[in-house]
Design a protein. Sequence first.
Length: 106
Amino acid sequence: MKRIILLSLLTFLLSFQTAFASFSDVTDKTDYKKAIDWMAKNGVINGYPDGTFQADKCVNRAEFLKMLFNTLEIPTSKPSTNSFPDVNKDAWFAGYVAEAKDRKTI
């Protein structure tokens, strides 16, 4: 019985860890796999809705700010007004842009 419980717990923990660090386009041969896995595990990145990381895609302003603030653990909040004409206050990245503007980062 103890073996079954231990095996079940180990299986659960291993699958839980993998869920944070796996993208369908990141393999053991992918450059920077360790860095990608670390960022995913620590909430710096989430990847794209289709489950990919898209390493060859350019990072835009919103994605960069999210990675920067999540790495530095800088809290953000939803702004009450638009920070810039091209940033809607309801966009997923609006809090990051507003915080960057307040800190004179952008």
